[in-house]
Structures are given as structure tokens and as C-alpha cells.
Design a protein around this ligand. Sequence first.
Ligand code: SPQ
Length: 429
Amino acid sequence: MAQSKLLDYQNVSLKGTIQVPGDKSISHRSIMFGAIAKGKTTVSGFLLGEDCLSTIECFRKLGVEIDVDGTNVTINSTGIDAWEEPKEVLYTGNSGTTTRLMLGILAGTNLHTVMTGDASIGKRPMRRVADPLRLMGANISGRANGQFTPLAIQGTQLKAIDYSMPVASAQVKSAILFAGIRAEGTTTVRENEVSRDHTERMLKQFGGKLTVENGVITIDGGQQLNGTHVDVPGDISSAAFFLVAGAIVPNSEITLKNVGVNPTRSGILEVFEKMGAKMTVEVEDQHAAEPTATIKIRTSQLEATTIEGDIIPRLIDEIPILALLATQANGKTVIRNAEELKVKETDRIEAVVTELKKLGANIEATDDGMIIEGPTKLHGAHLNSYGDHRIGMMAAVAALITDSSIELDDAECIAVSYPTFFNDVSELI
Ligand code: SPQ
């Protein structure tokens, strides 16, 4: 039975410097590429969140040697053809990224594998990945014709496809690109809206080739990848909670170091600018595989805004915390075109609206987003995380500005992406 956590932070201000943990998306991919490549891969700044540890466990079951020493990880692999057929089910925990990307990887092996995850994963749609992979010749079966886990994959020789993405999803795109590495011919993926491009960037780090032009990605099959070093930057999706906290908690001034600011992820910074946040972004190395920055944020007077269109995939995971931010902004904030939120760890439109209403926020759900009218003084309440790390952290940041404490059910789920979250909160108080 999940325990509740009392979040009692009255009259606090936040001051100081922190470095948020490694990027979740990049950490997953470092293990996947390291396991596919031949030779030794070293990773620094790896995220020790539950999701990324699930990825490591899956590859260990495939016979890949992976050593974890703090946030340094070493992968020794003799390449994908040397993986062993696992005797056990591969358990992907709460991680959509692990489940979907591994589907693309496993489809082109010569192995039979079965994958399953937790209750939340069991409800998340998998046909968005299984269907294009089937067009490549993949053998995938599962509940509701492959829509839900458990999924069984009989690996086979895949063939290239030309695929136009029906939704903006880095997971779908990445699964097809991973499959494309093993397929016969040249695979093309067409994106209408740009989604995070960590897979494309990292493939090149491992010596692979692909082209990206006007939203069209092409990759040749039969490529051999070689082990390398991956430096994982801090996760902007984790930094987002402290960016919002710094902007809405009175008398605060926070510095966040080494935050990944890949333009396909940094939509939140554009929203902060539009809302008038007192923020500076100092980019460290624009030409690194993944650019990083030091971001400073101070308590700010905020104006409402509209968040819609092609910025949505570049800040999709930040919408729960942006909704909290909007409760403190002057005017009506409208979030549109974000229906993808309904198929995350939980229905994040419903969860955000229900929980922020309990605190007294003026917020309504729409079909593809929400409308928030601010500013409102928030009060304490008993909240639910729904087992979703991002809802849990939104509740914890809200507790920094409520007039009395918040009791949060299932706060442990925060360890999925940010196991040291409460230490960092304490560090700044
Ligand atoms: O891995 P998971 O559970 O899907 O994690 C989430 C998150 O909030 O951490 C989504 F719930 O992030 C996804 C993100 O929303 C991670 C991701 C990736 O690493 O490729 C891509 C996005 O999902 P999608 O469905 O848009 O491709």
C-alpha cells in the first residue's frame, strides 16, 4: 500500500544552486545504443531513476554486460547479434520509453522475447509502434492485437519503410529508426512536428549515419555501430519543476547548472520568456552532441499566455508544472493541441485539472488541453499523484506556495525520473 507524504513548507523562499540529475530520454538511449554497438561504451551523468534502471535490467537479461558505479555506467557488448534469448520476461516497469523503443530494437533481432510493465504501462497504447514495425515485417503480438502489454516479439529480418508520423512522438520515431538500423534498405520517417531528436544525435555519436532534412529522416539499414562515450546532461524536464518553483515562490533565486537545452526539448524556456519570467540562460557549448546551459530564475510577476501548435511536442512533459505556473500568472492561460497528455503515465489533463482544483485553482479541462485563470491563492489539500512522477512533483512544488500543508498519496513514484527530488528541495530551502 503506497504511503502518503506530508508536504509542509510554510513561508519558504528558495535560494541556491543545484544540478538536476541526468536526462531520462538520453540515459535510456545511452544504454540501448551501448548494447547495440560493438565494444565498450562509457556513460557519465546517467540518471539512476527507476525507468532507466528498468532499461538496464532488460539488457542484462539479454546477456549484455552493464556495470553501474554511481552515475557512471559501462556497457561491454559484442553487438546485437551476440545477445542471448532471455529465459525471463523483460520487465519495463513504468517506462513507456523502454517499452516502445525496445519493441523497435527487438523486432529486428533473431530472438524471441516477451515484454511487460506495470499497471500504467498495461494501459498505454503500443500499436502506434507495433503497426509501423509490422509494416517492416515485424512479428508482434499482444492484447488487443498488440495494443497492450504483455507483448511477444519474434525477431526477424526487417525491411525498410517510408512512414509519415500520424502523431508527434519521439518514441514512435525512435522505435522505427532503431528498427531501420537492422532493416534491408533505406527507412524514411516523416515528421509534421519536430519531436525530441536524441536518437538521431546519439546514432551519430556511435558512428552511425542518418540524414535529417525538413522533417524527413532517412537511415540506411545494415549499419555497424561502435562503442563510445556519452555525457548525459541534466534533464530539462526535471529542471522545469525548479524553474517554476523559482518563479512562483516569493523571494527566490535559483541557479540550475548543466541543464540540457536541446531545442527539441526547450519549449518551456520560450514560454517562460513570453510570460515575463526573470530568467537568464547561459549556453555552455552550443556544438556539443547535446547543448547545456546554466539557467538562473528569480521570483517573477507573470502574464498568462497561450501554449499551442508545434511547441507542444517540445514541452509535452512540462505541461503539468506549467499548469501550476499558470495559476499564478495574471490572466487566462490556454493550452491547446495537447491531447497526447491523455496517454501518458496517467491521463495528465484529467489528473492536473482534478488535483489543482482541490487546491482552489481556477482551471477547466478541454478536449485537447486546459484553460487556467490566474492568479489564485492556493490552499492545502489531500492530493493524489496517480502513480505519475510528474503529477507528484507538480503537487510538491504547489506545496511551496499553499497556505497550509499538502498530503500527497504515492509520492514514491517521483523516483521514476527524479529520485533525489526532495533532497534538492531541502537544499534550496
Ligand atoms: O517513458 P515515458 O513513460 O513515456 O515518459 C514520459 C515522461 O513524462 O517522462 C511520458 F510520459 O516522457 C516521454 C515523452 O513524453 C519520453 C520520450 C522519449 O524519451 O522519447 C518521448 C515523449 O513521449 P512520446 O509519446 O511523445 O514519444
